[in-house]
Design a protein around this ligand. Structure first.
Ligand SMILES: Cc1ncc(COP(=O)(O)O)c(C=O)c1O
Length: 460
């Protein structure tokens, strides 16, 4: 007898995973280590302690521990908004007239509105355990800053958020939510840091970038007593915390006797994608199954598809350790007319390595096509998606349409990372026909790629 598939499947609280899964433990080869720019040598945990909380620095460098127990205090907060539902997009399937089965894991069901809370809670917990006064961070669209403000308020930590200026102006209500939870929000570049002042001196109208906001947040953390810096994506520790998305998805699909043929996620710095794919990539690496895994990025910030695989700084001010990753160059600044999030110049070193070794694919999509998909999805499935998440929807729809043409009944799983209620400026531009696409030319990409630094003996 075939199983009745519900529109939404919620695991019970008791079924929620109690451990995070570290994909590195199953990778055949590790990514190249982070480099401490001061020594030109691989960074050791002690090198990271002035910037990151100690426990998080250890997680960052741990390639062997397969499972990490989720601390009870973190589980207690997860239970307020998890397990998140695995949804079946029946209406979308019908509208597309596709034989494909489309599932999505919906992470927007919490106040912060995205998957970012999964790592924010973990990082705030470890900061509190270490006895810190507070943390600093950057935020682009504002989702990470919102999630971290919430997490810091749970644990009674002070928070400084450096928000990319273009988003700060476009999304004033994001600032209000962060402030409601007690976060202090500054438009970046700001005059509060050396890094910000330097950028403003060269370009007073600079609209900011994630790389610049990271420089400011790191500088504040290392120059303020009792503070550390926390980051919402890219890092190995963040992918570790986000593995809860994939573990729940795997378990929920097993309840339905399902397994995805294709797993799709949007990719900014790689945290939701790394988390969603973790158990499926494990199966692929170990030869148990062979799902296709697809990263979707914006055509205006195409780190996987048009970047280079090199060591680069994680920030524009060049004060962070250097990571080997797909990058457009740390001085790359995406076009200001790009409203769809996913604006980071680099990519998670874990995902970069997996992509380089051909375990996964990547596609770049234009923002008007992303918003076409967002609106179609919203009308059919009643969730207004975050523009970032809509990149994955675009790709899922394209794959389902291919199935219509070939008649294949593929099972598609994508990550719906968040809701778009604070992205109404972008939706308004789309609705009024004012949204444009910007695909950088090779000439436009070249200066930042050519400016990627050399490291004697490692990268010439
Ligand atoms: C809703 C949402 N989805 C996805 C992303 C992309 O980040 P990542 O690649 O780290 O998952 C962001 C980043 O801000 C986001 O807010």
């Amino acid at each position: 007898m075939t199983k009745k598939i519900p529109h939404r499947l919620y695991l019970t609280e008791d079924q929620m995973p109690k451990q995070w899964y570290n994909l590195r433990a199953d990778m055949k080869e590790q990514h190249d280590p982070m480099i401490n720019p001061a020594t030109g040598k691989p960074a050791k945990a002690e090198d990271l302690y002035p910037v990151f909380c100690e426990e998080l620095a250890k997680q960052e460098l741990d390639n062997t521990t397969r499972y990490f127990d989720i601390p009870q205090e973190v589980l207690d907060i997860y239970k307020i908004y998890r397990p998140s539902p695995l949804c079946r997009a029946f209406n979308l399937e019908k509208a597309l007239d596709t034989p494909a089965k489309i599932y999505y894991k919906f992470e927007g069901n919490n106040t912060s509105g995205s998957h970012k809370l999964n790592s924010a809670v973990a990082q705030a917990y470890y900061a509190k355990q270490q006895g810190l006064k507070g943390v600093t961070t950057e935020t682009g669209a504002g989702q990470w800053g919102t999630a971290l403000s919430e997490a810091c308020s749970y644990f009674g930590l002070d928070l400084e958020v450096y928000m990319v200026k273009v988003s700060f102006t476009q999304k004033p209500f994001r600032k209000s939510i962060m402030e409601t939870f007690g976060g202090n929000v500054f438009a970046s570049p700001s005059d509060r840091t050396e890094a910000g002042r330097k950028i403003l001196a060269e370009d007073p109208d600079n609209s900011g970038s994630l790389g610049c906001a990271i420089s400011e947040a790191v500088e504040r953390a290392v120059t303020s007593d009792g503070y550390r810096y926390v980051l919402g994506s890219v890092l190995n520790q963040v992918l570790l915390h986000q593995s809860i998305i994939g573990l729940e998805a795997e378990q929920a699909m097993a309840v339905l006797d399902e397994y995805p043929d294709i797993v799709i996620g949007c990719a900014g710095g790689g945290s939701n994608l790394g988390g969603l794919i973790a158990p499926f990539m494990r199966d692929k690496i170990t030869g148990k199954k062979d799902p296709r895994i697809v990263a979707v990025e914006p055509a205006s910030c195409p780190s996987f598809t048009r970047g280079v695989y090199k060591y680069d700084f994680c920030d524009t001010g060049k004060i962070t350790p250097m990571a080997k990753m797909y990058t457009l160059g740390c001085t790359f600044k995406p076009s200001a007319n790009h409203a769809g999030g996913l604006r980071y110049h680099g990519m998670s070193p874990i995902l970069s390595k997996l992509y380089h070794d051909k375990y996964m694919e990547a596609v770049a999509v234009e923002q008007t096509k992303v918003f076409d998909a967002a609106v179609q999805f919203a009308k059919l499935e009643t969730i207004l998606p975050a523009p970032e998440s809509a990149h994955a929807i675009r790709c899922a729809i394209d794959e389902a349409v291919k199935c219509r043409e070939t008649g294949e009944e593929k099972t598609i799983l994508f990550g719906l990372t968040g809701t778009g209620y604070f992205d109404m400026t972008a939706y308004a531009a789309y609705n009024e026909g004012k949204m444009a696409d910007h695909i950088p030319t090779d000439e436009e990409l070249r200066p930042a790629i050519e400016a990627i630094p050399t490291i004697p003996g490692i990268q010439e």
